[in-house]
Design a protein around this ligand. Structure first.
Ligand SMILES: Cc1cc2nc3c(=O)[nH]c(=O)nc-3n(C[C@H](O)[C@H](O)[C@H](O)COP(=O)(O)OP(=O)(O)OC[C@H]3O[C@@H](n4cnc5c(N)ncnc54)[C@H](O)[C@@H]3O)c2cc1C
Length: 699
């Protein structure tokens, strides 16, 4: 049966933006008018809101317009294959790659790339599945009525089906999103935790209690421990409702072009095919009208583009592009924020359990792991993201002294009096997170460190107020995204703003040193993969050392070249000695400079985009109010992470779900509906019992 042309609610979202091409100037618009309906545009956070509303009232007809469908896609639901979704091979349509329009001097002439989801479920269909929550003070810092941590805690619980043991009361047990340790925990994770403890990072049971900011833990994952499947937002909130009710309709392979206004009132949207394949580049728009309201949830990089194409944004830009101004909001697309990741790679012993052979494409190993997942998903190695342990840390007084004046000012202003805020996260990946064609044979771990703050708003105003040199040197400390054409197929101008505030270098440098000290103290440690570390001077005591000869000989026992003299190519490490007593590596100023250069050359997005449609007063550059209404318009809301007025110190899936739950509650209230709990049963998964699932025996 075809979709009805008139429904109560239409949720439009997820059009693949991967293929961004420019239509010819002689655009012809083919417009199909559909019914007058209530339209909600959302994607991942939208899945939450759409599913919640549809389930709240079976008589409310909801249509979800999206990009690719993730339903029953094995490249989505098998957790261990997530890295494949980051391939830029022209075939992968699950991600869009936003590239800096201009090379950045802060990155030594590099353009950074920010991959984003391009599929139903948004980031939750392709992300790394690490479960982290923001600190309580992060939400309080929003300074918006209804958005304090205390206000939001019931919603945090409402979304969770927490399947780990716990010793606090901040988790939920019958929500649609499963959180567990996954199928297996590697021995490398325990090795990491022991080494972390040795350098002053104690073990904790739950780092995600909204409060703990300096400890390590077995890191949880968005994986259902009973099914070994990824816990994505579409399966949890949308497919679940579609399985039991007939009032939620999916329209996939589409891209939302613009919101239609009458005056300043949103009355509908226009969407186009996800790919521009029509005769002569014809732009085929379908118009759907909205009876009550339009909600945008296209993510931090998608939502501002739709707003601008619709006439909501900086009037100067819109006039230049011949777009009629509906609401002059210069804040749209500004204040783009992210977190920073650096990845350093270490050699580990040949008997370590890593995913390297699987990722390299060893056919036998792949067959073994896929079969294991098919037959015993509840305990399979692929029922994991291979990121089993990690830490959150704050610097000691001594370390602060070494971190320089720029960071210390940020510390004093932002962290000092908020002890629940970590400065850095670190985690161990039991494999090389890298292109394996660039790596020698062997087993690896990756130390991933994330700086989760990246030059806060408050910090920026501090420098403006004091007239510091930093502001003169780095005048634009955030990124931005803006459309370059009214066409939905034309690539936007994008400036990630990465590292354009000098204060961001010190914590990344500090955490590189920390993870290096941890790696060296692990029993499995067998050297540093020198190509994936800073290039210290060869004479520096801090210079990296690669694989030791004993381990190298085990790798290629019949090789004629192991350990040959090759000039400076290989500086072998020491053979493993369990009784070794460690001294911390000492770094000179020159060494620190080498680390900073390496950071500029290699720092990446953490895929945690935030902030381009901030929820704050209009006169301060805000785009939405506390009830998520877009200023200067009627019947138009934004429900995604673009609304964050400030950064959140977390991997952001939990926050996106929370914003979705909050949006659902606000809209339900305005529609006179009540959110029903528990939500519809999640496909493939056992129905949660409302108690900690650790008490349910494994099969
Ligand atoms: C590679 C990767 C790894 C990550 N790892 C983790 C992790 O381990 N843990 C964690 O907590 N978080 C992680 N995240 C972050 C997390 O997934 C995101 O914060 C979250 O998905 C953001 O939700 P959102 O709804 O705001 O936006 P998104 O999830 O980005 O959803 C926006 C959706 O809108 C669609 N869209 C955009 N424009 C249009 C348009 N014009 N028309 C139609 N559709 C459109 C896109 O296709 C996309 O599906 C990761 C993200 C990525 C990309």
């Amino acid at each position: 049966m075809g979709h009805p042309e008139e429904v109560d609610v239409i949720v439009c979202g997820g059009g693949p933006a991967g293929e961004v091409d420019d239509p010819p100037s002689s655009l012809r618009f083919v417009v199909m008018i559909r019914g007058w309906v209530l339209i909600l545009l959302w994607f991942f956070t939208g899945c939450v809101t759409a599913g919640r509303l549809a389930f709240a009232d079976p008589n409310l007809k909801v249509m979800l317009i999206e990009g690719a469908n993730n339903r029953d896609d094995p490249w989505v639901y098998r957790p261990g294959i997530y890295v494949k979704n980051m391939q830029q091979d022209g075939v992968n349509d699950k991600a869009t790659f936003y590239k800096d329009t201009m090379a950045s001097s802060h990155l030594r002439g590099r353009e950074s790339i920010v991959p984003c989801a391009n599929i139903l479920g948004g980031g939750s269909s392709i992300n790394f599945q690490m479960y982290t929550r923001a600190s309580a003070s992060d939400w309080d810092d929003f300074k918006t009525e209804g958005w304090t941590a205390k206000d939001l805690l019931p919603l945090m619980k409402r979304l969770e089906n927490y399947q780990k043991p716990t010793n606090n009361d901040t988790h939920g047990y019958d929500g649609p999103i499963a959180i567990s340790n996954g199928g297996t925990i590697t021995a490398l994770a325990h090795d990491f935790l022991r080494a972390s403890d040795a350098i002053g990072i104690p073990f904790s049971d739950d780092l995600q209690d909204l409060d703990t900011s300096h400890a390590s833990e077995i890191w949880a994952k968005y994986i259902n421990r009973h099914t070994g499947r990824r816990s994505d937002a579409a399966t949890a909130y949308v497919h679940s409702v579609m399985d039991v009710q007939s009032n939620l309709y999916l329209r996939t392979n589409s891209r939302v072009s613009r919101v239609i206004f009458e005056g300043n009132k949103a009355v509908g949207v226009a969407y186009v095919p996800a790919r521009n394949r029509a005769h002569g580049g014809q732009l085929r728009e379908t118009i759907v009208r909205a009876r009550k309201c339009v909600v945008l949830s296209s993510g931090t990089l998608g939502t501002p583009q739709i707003l601008e194409r619709s006439g909501v944004g900086d009037s100067k830009l819109l006039q230049k592009l011949d777009i009629k101004v509906v609401s002059d909001l210069p804040g749209v697309g500004e204040q783009y924020q992210d977190h920073y990741t650096t990845l350093s790679i270490y050699r580990v012993s040949n008997d370590s359990a890593t995913l390297d052979d699987f990722l390299r494409g060893d056919k036998e190993v792949q067959k073994e792991l896929f079969t294991e997942w098919e037959t015993s998903p509840e305990k399979a190695r692929l029922s994991s993201n291979a990121i089993d342990a990690g830490f959150k840390i704050r610097p000691t007084e001594e370390e602060l002294k070494e971190m320089g004046p720029e960071f210390n000012e940020l510390w004093d202003k932002y962290f000092k009096d908020k002890p629940d805020k970590p400065v850095m996260f670190g985690s161990i990946v039991s494999a090389a997170y890298a292109d394996h064609t660039l790596l020698p044979p062997g087993k690896y771990i990756t130390m991933q460190v994330d700086f989760l703050t990246s030059a806060k708003n408050e910090y920026l105003s501090l420098f403006r107020a004091t007239g510091s040199n930093i502001l003169q040197e780095y005048p634009a400390s955030r990124g931005r995204i803006h459309i370059s054409s009214p066409s939905p197929y034309k690539a936007p101008t994008f400036d990630s703003g990465f590292m354009n505030n000098k204060a961001d270098f010190a914590p990344i440098r500090w955490s590189y040193k920390k993870t290096r000290e941890i790696a060296r103290r692990m029993d499995a440690f067998r050297g540093e993969l020198t190509s994936h570390h800073p290039h210290f001077l060869p004479s520096s005591p801090a210079a990296c050392k690669d694989i030791d000869i004993t381990t190298a000989k085990q790798l290629l026992p019949n090789g004629f070249t192991v350990g040959i003299h090759m000039g400076t190519w290989h500086k072998p490490g020491d053979t493993y000695d369990a009784s070794k007593v460690h001294e911390d590596i000492k770094y000179t100023e020159e060494d620190d400079k080498a680390i900073d250069d390496w950071v500029a050359d290699h720092v990446e997005t953490t895929w945690h985009s935030l902030g381009t449609c901030a929820m704050k007063p209009r006169e301060e550059g805000g785009v939405v109010d506390g009830r998520l209404n877009v200023f200067g318009t009627e019947n138009l809301k934004v429900v995604d992470l673009s609304i964050c007025p400030d950064n959140l110190g977390t991997n952001t899936y939990s926050s996106a779900l929370l914003v979705g739950e909050k949006g659902a509650s606000i809209i339900a209230e305005e529609l006179g509906l009540k959110i029903k709990t528990p939500h519809a049963p999640v496909p493939h998964a056992p129905v949660p019992k409302g108690v900690p699932a650790t008490q349910q025996a494994r099969r």
